[in-house]
Design a protein around this ligand. Structure first.
Ligand SMILES: [Ca+2]
Ligand SMILES: [Ca+2]
Ligand SMILES: [Ca+2]
Ligand SMILES: [Ca+2]
Length: 351
């Protein structure tokens, strides 16, 4: 009986293999392992399923992309290769008949806009729930797996990639590298997103929604695109980077965002879980994070602060910190706001 069952299964597999090979489907031929000799050589190396600001295609679209990497010592002809986001349809999109050089990268736009060029695949990536990605070789007889993965929900402008290139472990990467070697340990936002101004002792400058004159911190986006702050952190203790996590909000290009440092998180999404110390001063840190670690985008340490005089960068986003008798919460500094001679001075206490 057992032998019969095996024989039935064998025949079934043979028939199935023929059908699938004819349909260009995934192989089930017992004589074939179902894997391409290029498995372990040619990789899906990195992808971005939610692209707001990382890289635009030839049409200026911030579309999804997939990076392939050839870890081998020889060029690979991509003729017959298919990319898919559905393992049941391995040949969803055929790569053009070009080569990827030894140790080289190739970027494919997953924008479902095949009319935009030969490297625009006929599908997009699902960032919300995640999905599958597969790279297959197909010919008249076979569909062979080159590389595949399944992934979960993705974060805007944070890619998912192998570290090192072609390695077996996948990480969220804060600094996407389309068409170049994957890197970890850096934030793409350093030098773009700043802790720009803060007020650690607020008597009369600005009240929050509850009418409290609470401490506040102003962020400034010096970049040309909006930045999603989801997944980032603000802290007053650099050895505890994840003290307060941002809500799902964005800071506009060249824009400002005010966070209340009142330790009253129930008052709204932009109320951080800590206060600022005006009497002794302290630290402030803005952190990005990925699956490896937390990375500083901007940090500062400050001394004692004076009531209703803010401390901030001048000009906005630059390296010099100065005192501002006329604070500008959520707005650019004007030339007259600052204390001209106070650049390196720190007040010894409240006035
Ligand atoms: Ca496009
Ligand atoms: Ca890369
Ligand atoms: Ca408050
Ligand atoms: Ca300001």
């Amino acid at each position: 009986m057992k032998h019969e069952g095996t024989e039935v299964m064998r025949r079934l597999m043979t028939v199935l293999t023929g059908i699938l090979a004819f349909a260009g489907g995934c192989t089930a031929n017992p004589a074939e392992p179902g894997e391409s000799p290029l498995k372990g050589v040619l990789f899906i190396n990195e992808f971005l399923a939610s692209n707001d600001s990382i890289l635009a295609d030839e049409q200026g679209d911030y579309d999804d992309w997939i990076e392939l990497y050839n870890a081998g010592e020889t060029d690979i002809d991509l003729g017959g290769m298919c990319l898919t986001d559905d393992f049941l349809v391995p040949n969803k999109w055929w790569l053009p008949d070009i080569t990827i050089p030894a140790h080289g990268y190739l970027l494919v736009w997953a924008d479902n806009e095949e009319g935009e060029g030969p490297l625009h695949a006929g599908f997009k990536l699902n960032a919300g729930s995640g999905e599958q990605l597969g790279l297959f070789y197909t010919d008249a007889l076979h569909t062979l797996l080159v590389d595949s993965l399944s992934y979960g929900p993705q974060r805007t402008d944070t890619s998912y990639g192998r570290l090192p290139d072609g390695g077996s472990d996948w990480y969220l990467l804060s600094a996407p590298t389309p068409g170049a070697a994957n890197v970890a340990g850096v934030s793409r936002l350093m030098g773009i997103l700043f802790i720009n101004e803060f007020l650690a002792s607020n008597d009369s400058v600005l009240a929050d929604e509850q009418g409290d004159y609470d401490d506040w911190i102003e962020l400034y986006n010096a970049g040309e695109t909006d930045i999603s702050l989801f997944g980032m952190y603000l802290t007053d203790n650099l050895s505890a980077p994840t003290k307060w996590s941002f809500p799902d909000t964005s800071i506009t290009a060249r824009g400002f965002l005010l966070i209340w440092a009142d330790n009253e998180e129930s008052e709204g999404p932009l109320h951080a879980g800590f206060n600022l110390s005006a009497s002794s001063g302290e630290q402030l840190g803005l952190f990005d994070t990925d699956s490896l670690s937390n990375y500083a985008i901007d940090t500062t340490s400050f001394g004692p602060q004076r009531t209703d005089t803010s401390y901030g960068r001048y000009p906005d986003g630059q390296n010099d910190w100065q005192f501002f008798p006329t604070p500008t919460p959520g707005a650019p500094h004007q030339a007259g706001d600052r204390t001209a001679s106070a650049g390196k001075t720190e007040y010894s206490g409240k006035k």
